[in-house]
Design a protein around this ligand. Sequence first.
Ligand code: ZN
Length: 284
Amino acid sequence: MTHASSLCGPAPLIDAHAHFYHALAGRSDWARVNGARLRAGDRIGVTYHVASILGSYGHTSPTYFPSPADVTAGNDIMAAFAAEEQRRVRWYVAVNPNHTAHALAEIRRGAGQGAIGVKLLASRRADDPLLDPVCALAGALGLPVLHHIWQHRTREWPNQEISDGCDLARLAVRHPGVAFILAHLGGGGDWAHTLPAVRDSPNIYPDLSGSGVDRGMLDAALDALGAQRLLWACDLTMETGLAKLRALDVIGLDENDMADIRWRNAARLFPDDAFPACEAVRVS
Ligand SMILES: [Zn+2]
């Protein structure tokens, strides 16, 4: 529970990029890892974890190119977990855009079960036309789309097509009514490349997750995009999320900008009723 003794204070805090594991993902410690995330979240002061499950995480089909059966199983488990942890977990329905009909059906099914966003598995470059029907449906349902970016194209990675900020910007311009969350500004890609690449794409919102805590990254992101375009998030490394909250404090963000990054931008991007505990703060 979020309370005054949380490491990062009592104000609402939304982790816009989280993951949970499950019994079909080939690791025996899955429940312990999930429990550790929730415990760390409570200690840090996370009000909501917005999470996805990536199929079987590579166990029975590739992480970023999961089979339709693995996508469905992962989403089922995610939906059940979010229902069980209703107080603090929300979810993205994950889809593989290579299987258009299945992806669209999963998005509809997920939205019906309470999913508040779409996690696009990075099996196609971000500007690939296969992503268009998925984004159109997400837009029609009012769901933001989370897409991974890895700028560093030093080689091809099996079952992934590496996207950079320019690729995502081309997708975003085709879907001006959809909010795109650019996954982990601090991980995988090159933020110095990403920031100018997405500066003029007002519907792209980088999340701050990723294990990179480079000096200057947060200042550069604030300079390039402003606090209203950034979402706090942890992805797999919650300690780096904590470090970034501390850094945001130290570089002197005012209370308003801090609230935007901690939760208000997320509350604006996701469906209206997604975060009731935060809305209580907004009206009080
Ligand atoms: Zn992720």
